[in-house]
Structures are given as C-alpha cells and as structure tokens.
Write a protein that binds this ligand. Sequence first.
Ligand code: HEC
Length: 119
Amino acid sequence: MGKTLVLSLTIGMLAFAFACSKGGTTALNVEDFDYPLVSSNAAAGAPVYETFCEGCHPNGMEGDGPEIVDAKLTQAQMRWRVRNGGDDMPAFDESKISKTELDDLLAFTARFQAVTLNK
Ligand code: HEC
C-alpha cells in the first residue's frame, strides 16, 4: 500500500472515531446531564456568563434570548441547554466552556434563580 493510501485510511478512521465519540448525530438527552456538581464557584462563573451569555440574556433579562431570571431549571436542564443550544441559541461544547466552568456558570446563574442547584 502506498503511503498516501495508509495516511488517508488513518485520517478516515480517526474522523470516524471522533464522530462516534461526539455521539454522531445522536441528540443530547437531559438525563445525561444529571450528575453531581463538579464545582460551584459562582465568582469564577461570572466571567463565563459575561463572555458567552450576557449578550443575549443581559443580567438574566430578555435580550436576543428570553429572560432566564427565576426560570428555576434543574442543573441537568441548564447544562443540557448550554451544551445543546436551541432555536437561535448556539450550543457551547467543552472547547468553549469546560465541565468545571459549566458548573461554575450554574452556580453564578443560581444567584438569580435561573437554575436551582440540587446536589
Ligand atoms: C445568540 C444569543 C444567545 C446566547 C449567546 C445565549 N442564549 Fe440562551 N437562549 C437564546 C434563545 C434565542 C433562547 C430560546 C431558545 C429556544 O427556545 O429554543 C435561549 C434559551 C435559553 C434558556 C432556556 C430558558 C427557559 O426558560 O427554558 C436558558 C436557560 C439559556 N438560554 C441560558 C443561556 C446561557 C447560560 C448562555 C451562555 C452559556 C446562553 N443562554 C447564551 C439565545 C442565546
């Protein structure tokens, strides 16, 4: 086999493995986000909110996105929303918001009851 063929096969397999590890086209389920908090540093969550959310949910109020103050989502629902996005809301994967930052973000948004932390 030529080097080019081996190389393209390798790249193909890696791309396939990557697609599978990302869940491929499988939809994200809220239940998959139901796990204990890995962090709850609201102060660290504030700049995450400022960077990724404030533009559409200014101070938790309505902007290009709906008001989220008092939404009282479960932590699984909030994590799902951030990872999944929605109509006109982008999805944020771990390359943008790490697992730790996501929970810090939850702790921050719990200050205005967008989410109710349960564990
Ligand atoms: C580009 C604008 C935009 C950005 C940025 C954005 N959102 Fe949204 N958000 C929306 C829109 C639009 C919806 C409504 C989506 C739908 O109904 O499918 C929404 C919905 C939500 C909801 C659901 C509210 C409910 O009552 O169920 C939550 C919670 C939320 N966003 C939180 C966040 C957080 C946290 C961030 C930052 C990580 C963020 N959003 C970033 C536009 C945005």
